[in-house]
Design a protein around this ligand. Sequence first.
Ligand code: MOS
Length: 698
Amino acid sequence: MTLVGAPVPRLEGLEKVSGQARYAFERLPAGTLYGWPVQATVCRGRIVAIDRDACLALPGVVGLVTHENAPELTAAGDGEMLLMQSPDVAYRGQVVALVLAETLDTAREAAAALRITYRPSDADVEVVLGTGSPRLYAPEKVSLGFPTDVVRGDVEAGLAEAATTVDVTYSTPAVFNNPMEPHATVAAFADGRLDIVDSTQSTGMVRNRIAALFSLLPDTVRVTAEHVGGAFGSKGSPRPCTVLAVIGTLVTGRPVKVTYTRQMMFSIAGYRNPTISHMRLGADTEGRLTAVAHEAYSHTSTIQEFAEQIAVVTRHMYAAPHLLSTHRVAALDVPTPRNMRAPGECPGAYALESAMDELAVAAGIDPVELRIRNEPGSDPETGSPWSSRNLVDCLRRGADLFGWADRDPRPAVRRDGRFLVGTGVASSVYPALTFPSGARVTALPDGRYRLGINATDVGTGARTVMVQIAADALGAEAACVDVYIGDSDLPAASPGSGSSGTSSWGWAVHKACTELRARLAAGASIPPQGLTVESSTAEDVQAMAPRARFAYGAQFVEARVDLDSGEIVVPRMVGVFAAGRILNARTARSQFLGGMIMGLSMALHEAGVLDRGHGDYANHDFATYHIATNADALDIKAEWLDETDPDVSPLGGKGIGEIGIVGTAAAVANAIWHATGVRVRDLPVQPDALLLAGLPAV
Ligand code: MOS
């Protein structure tokens, strides 16, 4: 019997759809108070006066925390966590006070009654190239420790010798992680122990960060996260609501819960920073790249550096003798941007895969063929062999499925009624990461098993896949395995981020269960309390051979543009992925489709609209910040190749949470160009840009 690979439905599906699953904010320990964050209304400045009277006079208000009475916090490597430690304001929306009250309504009303006077100072909230951004600098490293700049060969010489070149600049706007469940925390401090129920991607990281911040021993802090309603990276490390709930319980001695409104999500949950990518590509007469330059620009806040690894994807993707890849960041008076689904790869591949399309057009080569001609035999960055790389097969299979073969490369020549019609392609890539983890499995005398793995399931199906892996390794039915996840008291395991959860946790589960089965087979007896095995993959992960490990994909898109209104419709998308062994066909398909739809949303809809006067994004709710809905997601197919990669983990699978979004926006924009002949290089592509450029009369 093999459960791994089967389309097993989510184990907690019924609990969720019937409303029985309890999310963090639905917990209500006896005596719970509600905390309401108060946000700064200037984007840079200093608090000069706080009038508390009206706030504190409201019946039911129990406490008010500001910089004047907040507990002192220890720097824990994240400036966003150092809440209310000074009167300085670093961005509009920063939390400057916490109101604690008996009910949510009272807390909200009291927060509105608080009068804070600020002395504002001049703010800088936007990177503008050319005319100057004095705050731009080269960070020491970019995210995940990648080098800021990589130079191979001589890009100028490579461009000079090219038969065809493109020199173009692309931009992506601020886009916002908006999981269905906003961030939420319930914290209770009793008998020297801090209990936190959090909406997080990693209970272990929350425990360690909170312990450091409040100078507590990690053993005295327990964090659980049984159900998490989505994250997209925004719950990858603790956010202010976690810190606020802990402050609240320490100050009042009562359990405190804090959540964000949807509007708050836009400033204190993290977001993808706006990016600018200056791309220069050169190719010889055969379409082989002679040079690639990717110069990336982004912003961070003044309290925490976040330097997104935007140009790193370009270092690994195609063979080119000359390469330049750089990052410059400006520390502005804005909220700190953070990881959002495929940080780095997502905006970086939008630029690279758009530029590849422009190069294909300029060189008169089919864009699928251009990519195939530039397939590197080993990782151009390190020279390491690929653990597996089946990008070419993804492109070929996708082209077949989509019907690419007889495509007319000319733009703006197909009309169907009111619509211009075009097609586009782009490659996808995402690192296949594996981190050390531990698992605990117990055989019980009644024939059941108890599996403990500190995974988090943000809706992906992680819990279900862990049971599939365990049941196979134990030689048991899935129904005989009870699984416990999302608890920092379990053996340490890696965070649910970077598309690394399944391979990292799965390896630990597989290892523990394999050993337990071997012990039972060797005749070990099961005592009344059960026979327990704990695993750790720390040494196994350490011993992995040097390989370049990535998942790949190819995205094909049809776009139709209304000649009169410029409205864009994407009736058809096909994604083919090579992501190692797929461990659950049902939840994997969901992940790929979700990524592709999020990429479609990025291509056509999502944008924070900067209000330069007030230094904030003007649209911070779902009425004005548009996200793709069912009506946008029409015929979308996700397929995967039969690949298995034992170099990533013994299970042979690569991560799939993020790759679906990578390349999608480029494929959409490339299809819009093919439909209209208009190349829009600033996302999202919206009707006004097409109409202003002038749609052809076909
Ligand atoms: Mo994901 S953006 O790596 O949490």
